[in-house]
Design a protein around this ligand. Structure first.
Ligand SMILES: [Zn+2]
Length: 114
C-alpha cells in the first residue's frame, strides 16, 4: 500500500472511529493531526516527541476525549477507544500502548514506524 493510499484509508477509519465513539456516548474534539517536519524536530529536541512522528506523514491524530462533558486527562480513559481503534485494521496503533503512554494518540503504522 502506498503512503497516499494509507493516508486515505486512515481518514476513512478515523471517520468510522469518530462515529463509533459518539454511538458509545463519548464526545471528542480534534487535537493535533498534521505536524510539520520542522515542528517534529523541535519536539524531538525538547523531549516531547520524535522527529519521524507519524503526524508528519498524516497517519496520526490526537483526539481529546470527553465523558459526560468532562475532559479526560489520562491515557487509561482512552483505553476502550484505543481497543476499538486497533480492531479496525491490523496496522492501527494506539498511543496508550507506547512505552511512554500517549493515550490520545491514534495512528497507523508505516514502514515500521508506530
Ligand atoms: Zn500524537
Amino acid at each position: 500500500m502506498t503512503l497516499g493510499e494509507k493516508q486515505r484509508l486512515f481518514v476513512k477509519l478515523s471517520a468510522e472511529f469518530d462515529l463509533w465513539c459518539y454511538a458509545q456516548g463519548y464526545e471528542l474534539t480534534d487535537g493535533e493531526a498534521y505536524r510539520t517536519p520542522e515542528q517534529a524536530a523541535l519536539n524531538a529536541a525538547n523531549g516531547s516527541g520524535i522527529s519521524n512522528s507519524l503526524h508528519t506523514k498524516r497517519l496520526a491524530r490526537d483526539k481529546n476525549l470527553f465523558i459526560a462533558g468532562v475532559y479526560q486527562t489520562t491515557s487509561e480513559a482512552h483505553r476502550p477507544l484505543g481497543e476499538y481503534w486497533k480492531s479496525l485494521d491490523p496496522l492501527c496503533r494506539w498511543g496508550g500502548d507506547f512505552r511512554k503512554p500517549d493515550g490520545n494518540h491514534y495512528s497507523m503504522e508505516f514502514q515500521g514506524i508506530q
